[in-house]
Design a protein around this ligand. Structure first.
Ligand SMILES: [Zn+2]
Length: 489
């Protein structure tokens, strides 16, 4: 038995002022066959990682393809997308004949000329391998579950957790289902329900937690092979953006249709009740300062690099400085030039620095301050569940009672290492501001005395009605009141 695996992944915010090119992939995940680390999955590379570990025991040969992933940002340059796609397709063609293909994709990638990159990849893979080969795809739930990609693959499995701590577990599910299909132990059939809604669904909140737990309890019995909840990725102007439910059963299309409809109707009924409450900046800081206990973790989702934001908005930082906050820390602010200047100034230096507020109007204005360099470290990493994410060279600076972590490799706050790498102990801080929507909860939730979510003037607003969509299929909630959810596959 012969399996091939590769990754091509990013989450594209089509409104982001940051174009994505080959360099963005080089900075994040850029691995040729055989170069994948043995001991850790790099988010979307989980299918290859799991297949490599299980190949011998399961009795198959794994042919490794390239793995390319970039941090979320704007639309990928067309020539660069076609170059990395065609490299993988060339490896695939050379690996034929194949019994199975495992693709570690993200699911919300857009390149110039390609609104549905994953649909393009899956269709081209199918054209090469033929109808008899089993194609399995792992996606992030912040994806667009388009008809082209779902109908082109045999099995698609999404992460269930947000924060995405189950990337490796779901890759195990995918491999198990692909192997069982190749061995003719199961015959997967799919149903796809379009909920016609945009929303945010952290599984750290009770309603969504219970929903996901019930879905997982349904899997693996009575012919139900897999249930995936597509949350959607709101910051993409593509026609098929929106929440969708995918159900895969063993040979029973009517059962898949019934279950996808029932789950979809339940998801629709949860509209407006799945996201946390958001406080404005002043109210959030006031509540955090008044709270008896530490650290109070304040999230800044509107400037989350994980959603394609630059992560250099200065609104909360300015408010902390203006309020004279003591024992506070904020991170990350992406500003490679400021990091370079801090390295040039040296550890312990006090010098005037302009930082943040650079990339676009929604970044706010830069901060000018006399800063003390309190931490410097090259080539940093932070962990996210069982995976690792590079942060690049980092500097910590102090402005009065506020410490700020400056990074050179744009990413959101995921692990406590973001602060510890540069000498800041997050558990000792009174206030801890993290630029992240909800992934921070995996590491910062357990140490937080309290968690508050703020809404700022950052580039990815929490109110989806503020997003200037043009291509998106309408009607869709909450932009439109009357919608018509239903089965589309
Ligand atoms: Zn996601």
């Amino acid at each position: 038995m012969r399996l091939f695996s590769a990754t091509i992944a990013t989450e594209t915010n089509t409104f982001s002022p940051l174009p994505t090119s080959m360099d963005a992939y080089r900075e994040t995940v850029f691995l040729r066959p055989g170069e994948h680390p043995a001991d850790t999955a790099l988010m979307c590379t989980a299918p290859l990682f799991v297949a490599r570990q299980r190949a011998q025991a399961e009795g198959f040969t794994l042919i490794e393809g390239s793995c390319f992933a970039a941090s979320p940002a704007g639309t990928t340059n067309r020539a660069d997308y076609e170059t990395i796609r065609d490299e993988i397709l060339g490896q695939l063609a050379a690996a034929l004949p194949l019994d199975g293909v495992l693709l570690g994709l993200h699911g919300a990638m857009v390149a110039h000329g390609y609104d549905d990159v994953e649909g393009d990849v899956v269709s081209r893979v199918r054209a090469l391998v033929g109808p008899g080969c089993v194609i399995g795809v792992e996606l992030d739930p912040h994806c667009h579950l388009t008809l082209q990609r779902i109908s082109g693959a045999d099995i698609t499995v999404l992460y269930k957790e947000f924060p995405h701590t189950d990337v490796v577990d779901r890759a195990e599910d995918l491999l198990r289902l692909v192997l069982a299909t190749i061995r003719k132990q199961i015959r997967p059939v799919q149903a796809l329900y379009d909920c016609r809604q945009i929303g945010s669904y952290p599984t750290t909140l009770p309603l969504m937690r219970a929903f996901v737990d019930r879905m997982m309890a349904l899997e693996g019995k009575d012919g139900v092979l897999s249930i995936s909840i597509g949350h959607c990725f709101p910051y993409a102007d593509v026609p098929e953006m929106g929440g969708r439910i995918l159900v895969i059963t063993d040979g029973d299309k009517a059962q898949a249709d019934r279950l996808a409809t029932a789950i979809g109707e339940e998801f629709v009924a949860m509209r407006g009740r799945t996201a946390p409450d958001y406080l404005d900046v002043e109210a959030g800081i006031t509540a955090a300062l008044a709270f008896n206990g530490h650290p109070v973790v304040l999230a800044d989702p509107a400037d989350n690099a994980g959603g394609g934001a630059p992560s250099d908005n200065t609104t909360i930082l300015r408010a902390l400085i203006a309020r004279g906050a003591e024992n506070a820390a904020l991170g990350p602010i992406w500003d490679p030039i400021a990091v370079r200047l801090c390295f040039d100034a040296g550890l312990g230096a006090r010098f005037p620095l302009r930082f943040g507020g650079k990339i676009g109007p929604a970044s706010g204005t830069p901060v000018d301050a006399t800063v003390e360099v309190i931490g410097l470290r090259r080539d940093c990493w932070q962990s996210f569940g069982p995976t690792q994410s590079p942060v690049g060279d980092c500097a910590a600076i102090r402005i009065d009672g506020v410490d700020v972590v400056l990074i050179s490799n744009r990413t959101q706050a995921l692990g406590l290492e973001l602060f510890r790498n540069v000498g800041i102990e997050p558990t000792e801080k009174k206030l801890l501001v993290v630029k992240s929507t909800n992934h921070f909860m995996a590491a910062f939730g357990p140490i937080a005395a309290q968690v508050l979510y703020l809404d700022t003037d950052g580039p990815i607003p929490r109110d989806y009605r503020k997003i200037p969509y043009r291509k998106l299929q309408r009607p869709i909630w909450p932009l439109d009141r009357d919608t018509t959810p239903g089965l589309i596959l």
